[in-house]
Each structure stands twice: as structure tokens, then as C-alpha cells.
Design a protein around this ligand. Structure first.
Ligand SMILES: [Zn+2]
Ligand SMILES: [Zn+2]
Ligand SMILES: [Zn+2]
Length: 758
């Protein structure tokens, strides 16, 4: 008889790992025990050498889908001659060092249960097991035990209790275990909060009739309507005051989705993964309502990830709009009273369950770029799993103002919050502060340092300085670069190309197309897009022809600018003269090197989008119209060798004007423009060759989420023997910068990130 102590770390708690070990032990005739401890799971395994070997092999080969082994160590110990294998109760009831699992999409076994008429959970919307179901959204405190979740209000019935305590059952220690007898239930309400007869069945009928329902899900409310009913979608759009932004949909199954979209194999993987995000797919059909697609060639789609969602499709519905239940840019609603208060104008009916949502959590959003999954919005299914980092002191990185996430670090783990939205919104800001407290409690982190964006008007700046903890300010694009490095487990000096909308520069100007040589301690700005004044600052990003005016005035001179036909279509001569005067007198015309604003300007100039109603709209619509079969060259541009390299788009603008006058289609112009940006980046990188420590080029910033641009750029860099480094676990957009801030904050202790030049 041999004996070994096996220690497993990774995602091994809350995912059915111990019952799995129990089954593997039984299969391989192993005696001993398994226990949860602060580092993960420990196993005492006794048996023949051969049996133990097979047992360990099986742990790897048959691992539950949701579990992830980061490390498995084993050593010989003395045999105790056990005659059975047992799951032992955790000594400390689990520890705060263990991970809180994210919510997991319904598993195949639970699906079978709810479709089986003979099963006690037939059509039960809250069916779950150790492999699936709510987690983060219901956990109030750690350790993760039912009593500390919002399931504590539902004492288990005898049958559920039996499953819960029997290690051979799939629901052994499934904390949210529930059945129709003892678990949460569902009610359909009208706007006056009267309960209606018929529940789910009635809800389906109402959806089929074109009604809008507010449906309480896992991490919040969705507004739901039949996605194939143009009138329903239109009325939802009007209600949400969401004039142009596309809606996400949920499809009954993949086959239905394939009628409208192309699904590649990495996209299929993403759609069917346990984190079940919204996947932005290429739309191939014109048959969807125009009020749904809004001129984009993509569709954000997901598959039903809870039994409740699946059951909405039971009859004839194929595609449902599933958009966040909120009003304009307010936070996603997850509490029942605010749903009835705020969504009453938007929803005709409410489908509500009585399991409290403790943590708001939006649907995550991903897109496959160059065959890799890129996360656009990191929330349900991902949070609060940590990102591994080099060892760090406990600190709080506050993130950016838009698409905010914050980040708490402890040891070698960085815990990013779920996507919290735009902090300028007062309600979002309040939830932000609340969520910081919640997460600090979960992970028992008392920050000794707070890291903030260096923008003097950063919304959490005052709050940060009031905490009586040292504060470090970090430049926005430096944080992007560091985020990309950390995301790829790199701790070295690398050239970062950061292209995004807005970030406050060390010279007080608005940066946004930056070539930074840096690491976690400092950076040097080696090149950037030439500055142009943004007439009326923020207004320019909503009315991008103002940016065009600025470019044309700068590059073509007064006469061409005042006589430009495109501008004169929008502005009177008098208005153009006001803009001119504004630029000349430098009043409210911040200088900007933003790549996002350049996209906006070109999009507006060729008539694609002249009025921006949501961030990124002009660029997304520009990407959508690109002539895919265009194989020609991009536009010309200049790289001016000043103290830093400066990219001038003067020639590009002249050539676009020429193309317009020769009636070259805007699809071709858009294609040429995308190529130009990729070429620009390559040429600058090549010009910096002498200064670069390696061939690695880190790509970050929201503009890098442009699939077309990214794919051209990545291939160009590879063809030229560079090694592009792209984001993996956190977004390239501002949703990822808290990670970079944390790494920089952990590495420096001065009052702003060290700057060699600016
Ligand atoms: Zn399950
Ligand atoms: Zn029960
Ligand atoms: Zn940014």
C-alpha cells in the first residue's frame, strides 16, 4: 500500500471538484480523504502505485469543465490504512484565500433535467448543480456557503438536502441547490405590480405578441422583446432613448443564430463556454429588423445561460432582444423595487423571481479577433476570478472614468471588478464606491495604496485623496501598456502602441495615438499622432465634423477650409468662421493626438456618421462599411522627425478629398483608411527600431478592438518579424486599465509615474 498527499490549487472550489475527486477515488479504488483548505484542495490518497498513478491521471483527464488546475503537487507520505474514501468538512469552513467562483451557464445535465417530463425539476427555471448556476451574483460573504448567499431564504427540502449531502450526487454541496418544492419561484406582473395568471407560459405569449418584458435574470434585469418583430424592437428603442446603439440578442440555439450570422469555431467555443458571454458575430443575413442592427454588419449574440432564459424560447420564439434593464446610461437595475420604479415606462410586463441578486453583473461581451477571444466587457462569468500578477502589496487601482472597472491586488492576484460603466453618472459612481467595499470584504484586502488616473478632473480623485492612504497618479496610456504586459505575464520594457479615444497626457494635452516605450515603472513617449485642436472639446466627439474642420483648417489652409463642400453642407460660412476664430484664439480647443477622434473625423467626412450618440459609433459604422475585397494600397502620410516622431495625416486628407471629388466609393475610402492606420503604426515602429529592446509590440487601447484594423496590423507586424502582444483576459479598452494601474502602482512609490520625457 502506497500513500500520497496531493495538493491542488486553481479553480477547485465551488465547481464540484471534491465530489469529482470522490468519484475518481472510487473508480480507482483509492482510500483516504479530500478536503478544501486555504490553498485549494488537499487529497490523501492510498492505494497501489498503479492505482494512484491512474487516479492522478484521471484528475487531469476527466476534470470538470469549470475547474482549472493551476498547480498539482504530490509527495509520498505514510499510509494510514484507511478503508474508505471520504470528503472531509473544511476545517476553517474555507478561507478568504480561496476564490469566489463566477456565475456559470446551465450545464448539459441540468438541461436534461429540465427537459425531462419525469424529472422533479422539469421546466424548473432555477435548476442548478455543482457545475452550473448562480455564484458571484448571490454571494454576500465568504466562505461561500448557502447561509451566506441570498439562497439562505430557501431552506432545502428533504430531497434537495439528500442530494446536497451525498457525495455521489451531482448536487453534492451545490450551495444554490433548489427544486420547485423548496427553491425560488417566478411571477409575472403587470405595470401595477398585480400578479398575472400563467407565469412563464403567459410571458412567452406576451413576447410573441410583441410586448416588452422586464425579466430578472442572474446579474440584473433585461429588457426583452421578440428580436424579429420590428415594431417591438422599435418601441423598445424609443423607450430606452437608444437611438442608434445596437441591441444584443439571445438566440434559442446555435442553429437559429447561424441563419443570421457566421460562426467560426473560436466563436462557437465562446458562445457555448460556461461564462456564456455576448459574442459579437459577423452578420450575414439582411432578414433581421433594421431597428435591431442599426447599420452595423455585426450582431452581439448569446445563447440561453439559465434555465429561465431557455424556457422563454419554449414555443415559437427564436431570437429575443436582451438588452440591459436600465435607463440610458444609468446602472443595470438588479433590485426589484427599482425595476418597478424605473422600468415601468419601458416594460409592459415584469417577469420576476424571488431570489435576491446581491451583486449586479452585466453580460460580458467578447469578440474573436485574429482567432483569439478578446474581452470587450468583463463581467458575468469572468468576475471575480483574479488575473495572476507578480507579487504585489495590497492596493486599489481606481480604473478609468469610462467603462470602469477597478482592481484590488493581494499577493500574486489582481481582482478586477465587474464592468461598472461610466462613472460620470452619479448612480454609477455610488455603486462604484459600494462595490469597492464589497470586494474588499470578499478578499479581505486593506489597500495600503490607491492608484488613480492622472487626469486632474478624474471623478474619483477627491474620493481617493480623502481615504488617508497614499495616492499614486498614473498616466492613462502608460496604464494601458502596463495592462497589456500584465495580461500577458510580461515584466519587461516593451514598445506599446496605444490607440484610443481620450487620455490625459503629461503635457496637459489629450493623448490617444501613443508609442510608449515602458514597463511597470516608467515610460518614454517616442512618437504620437500630430496634435490638432478639438473645437469645443467634448462637443467635437459628438459632432465629429468639428474635428474635420480642425484637420482641414490645419492642413489645407483657410481658403480650402472655408470652401469645403462637406463642411458647408453642415455649417454656414458664418459658423465655420466661428470655428476658425475659436481655433485661432485657442479658446476651448484642447489639443488632441487621439486616434479615436481621427476615426470619428474620417467617418464624418465621408458621410458615414456625423452625429455620434454613443462612444465609438462613428468608428464602428466606418468599420462596418469597409469594402472587404479591397486589395489596393492605403493613403500616404508623413512621419516628421522632431524631438519625437510625429505622424502627420496631411497627405491622407488631401488624398481623401481627391477620392471624394473623383467619386471613389466611401466603402473603398474606408478600406484605404483602415490600411493607412495599420501602415502608419508599422512605419513608426520600424522608424523606432534603434530604440527598441525587443521585437515585442504591445497593442492596447479601445481602437485595437476594431477587428479589421487589428487583423491587418497584427499580420503586418508579423510579416515584418515583430511580435505583436495583444490582450487576453482583460479588455484593451478602458475596462482594462485598472490592471495596468495596479502593476504600476505596485512598482513605484513616487507621486506620479516617472516620466523621462513628454
Ligand atoms: Zn448543472
Ligand atoms: Zn428541494
Ligand atoms: Zn484609454
Amino acid at each position: 500500500m502506497e500513500a500520497q498527499l496531493i495538493e491542488v490549487s486553481g479553480i477547485v472550489q465551488g465547481v464540484g471538484f471534491r465530489p469529482f475527486i470522490y468519484r475518481m477515488a472510487k473508480e480507482n479504488n483509492i482510500k483516504g480523504w479530500v478536503i478544501n483548505d486555504s490553498k485549494g484542495v488537499s487529497i490523501h490518497a492510498e492505494g497501489t502505485k498503479e492505482n494512484i498513478k491512474n487516479f492522478i491521471k484521471n484528475i487531469y483527464n476527466k476534470l470538470p469543465q469549470q475547474a482549472l488546475i493551476k498547480d498539482l503537487k504530490y509527495k509520498d507520505i505514510k499510509a494510514k490504512e484507511y478503508n474508505d474514501f471520504n470528503i472531509l468538512a473544511s476545517q476553517n469552513g474555507g478561507s478568504q484565500d480561496t476564490l469566489i467562483p463566477p456565475d456559470l451557464a446551465m450545464c448539459a445535465d441540468c438541461l436534461k433535467d429540465i427537459l425531462d417530463e419525469k424529472n422533479s425539476r422539469y421546466e424548473y427555471p432555477f435548476t442548478n448543480c455543482t457545475n452550473c448556476g448562480p455564484r458571484f451574483t448571490i454571494i454576500k460573504e465568504v466562505p461561500y456557503d448557502r447561509i451566506k448567499t441570498t439562497m439562505k431564504d430557501f431552506p432545502m427540502c428533504k430531497e434537495c438536502e439528500q442530494e446536497f449531502t451525498n457525495p455521489s450526487q451531482r448536487r453534492f454541496h451545490a450551495q444554490p441547490n433548489a427544486c420547485p418544492k423548496c427553491g425560488p419561484s417566478l411571477n409575472l406582473y403587470d405595470r401595477n405590480q398585480n400578479i398575472l395568471e400563467g407565469g412563464l407560459q403567459k410571458a412567452r405569449e406576451l413576447l410573441a405578441q410583441g410586448k416588452i418584458l422586464a425579466v430578472k435574470g442572474l446579474g440584473g434585469y433585461h429588457l426583452v422583446c421578440d428580436g424579429l418583430n420590428n415594431d417591438a424592437v422599435k418601441s423598445l428603442r424609443n423607450g430606452k432613448k437608444r437611438d442608434f446603439k445596437p441591441f444584443a440578442v439571445m438566440a434559442k440555439n446555435q442553429e437559429i443564430l447561424k441563419k443570421y450570422c457566421k460562426i467560426s469555431s473560436p466563436e462557437e467555443q465562446a458562445l457555448t463556454a460556461a461564462n456564456a458571454p455576448i459574442v459579437i458575430l459577423e452578420r450575414t443575413s439582411e432578414k433581421l429588423p433594421t431597428s435591431l442592427t442599426m447599420g452595423l454588419n455585426t450582431l452581439g449574440a448569446m445563447l440561453p445561460y439559465t434555465p429561465l432564459h431557455l424556457l422563454l424560447f419554449k414555443d415559437n420564439l427564436e431570437l429575443l432582444v436582451m438588452t440591459s434593464g436600465n435607463v440610458s446610461s444609468n446602472p443595470l437595475i438588479y433590485k426589484d423595487d427599482s425595476a418597478f420604479k424605473s422600468l415601468v415606462e419601458l416594460a409592459d410586463y415584469f417577469l420576476v423571481h424571488d431570489r435576491e441578486i446581491y451583486n449586479r453583473c452585466d453580460d460580458s461581451v467578447v469578440k474573436v479577433i485574429n482567432n483569439n477571444i478578446q474581452i470587450f466587457r468583463r463581467a458575468r462569468g469572468y468576475v471575480p476570478l483574479p488575473v495572476e500578477i507578480p507579487k504585489s502589496e495590497a492596493l486599489l487601482a481606481c480604473g478609468g472614468e469610462l467603462k470602469n472597472t477597478f482592481c484590488l491586488t493581494k499577493g500574486n492576484k489582481a481582482f478586477l471588478s465587474q464592468h461598472l460603466g461610466d462613472l460620470e453618472n452619479f448612480a454609477n459612481f455610488n455603486e462604484y464606491i459600494e462595490t469597492i467595499e464589497k470586494m474588499q470584504n470578499y478578499f479581505n484586502i486593506n489597500p495600503s495604496l490607491i492608484v488613480i488616473d492622472s487626469h486632474p478632473n478624474f471623478v474619483a480623485r477627491n474620493w481617493a485623496y480623502e481615504q488617508n492612504i497614499p495616492v499614486v497618479e498614473v498616466q492613462h496610456h502608460h496604464a494601458h501598456l502596463a495592462s497589456c504586459l500584465a495580461d500577458n505575464n510580461l515584466d519587461e520594457k516593451v514598445l506599446g502602441v496605444v490607440c484610443d479615444g481620450t487620455g490625459y497626457g503629461t503635457d496637459g494635452h489629450i493623448w490617444g495615438m501613443e508609442f510608449l516605450l515602458g514597463d511597470f515603472t516608467s515610460f518614454e513617449r517616442l512618437a504620437h499622432l500630430e496634435y490638432i485642436p478639438l473645437p469645443s472639446g467634448d462637443l467635437a466627439s459628438k459632432e465629429p465634423l468639428r474635428i474635420v474642420a480642425s484637420y482641414l483648417y490645419k492642413y489645407l489652409g483657410e481658403k480650402e477650409f472655408l470652401e469645403n463642400k462637406v463642411l458647408l453642407k453642415k455649417y454656414s460660412l458664418a459658423e465655420l468662421k466661428i470655428i476658425q476664430k475659436q481655433i485661432d484664439s485657442k479658446i476651448n480647443t484642447p489639443l488632441s493626438s487621439s486616434c479615436g477622434r481621427l476615426f470619428d473625423a474620417v467617418s464624418a467626412f465621408i458621410g458615414v456618421c456625423t452625429r455620434v450618440s454613443y462612444e465609438g459609433q462613428a468608428a464602428m459604422e466606418l468599420e462596418a462599411i469597409v469594402a472587404k475585397d479591397y486589395r489596393g494600397k492605403g493613403y500616404n502620410f508623413e512621419i516628421l522627425k522632431e524631438e519625437k516622431l510625429i505622424i502627420s495625416t496631411k497627405i491622407m486628407w488631401q488624398e481623401i478629398i481627391k477620392d471624394l471629388s473623383e467619386e471613389v466609393s466611401r466603402e473603398i475610402i474606408a478600406a484605404k483608411f483602415h490600411k493607412t492606420i495599420a501602415m502608419m503604426i508599422l512605419e513608426v515602429v520600424k522608424s523606432l527600431e534603434d530604440k527598441l529592446p525587443s521585437k515585442k509590440v504591445a497593442l492596447s487601447g479601445g481602437v485595437m478592438q476594431n477587428k479589421l484594423l487589428s487583423e491587418i496590423l497584427i499580420n503586418l507586424l508579423k510579416e515584418n518579424e515583430y511580435e505583436p502582444i495583444v490582450h487576453k483576459n482583460v479588455p484593451a479598452n478602458d475596462g482594462g486599465i485598472s490592471l495596468g494601474q495596479a502593476l504600476i502602482g505596485g512598482n513605484i512609490n513616487v507621486c506620479s509615474s516617472t516620466i523621462k520625457s513628454n
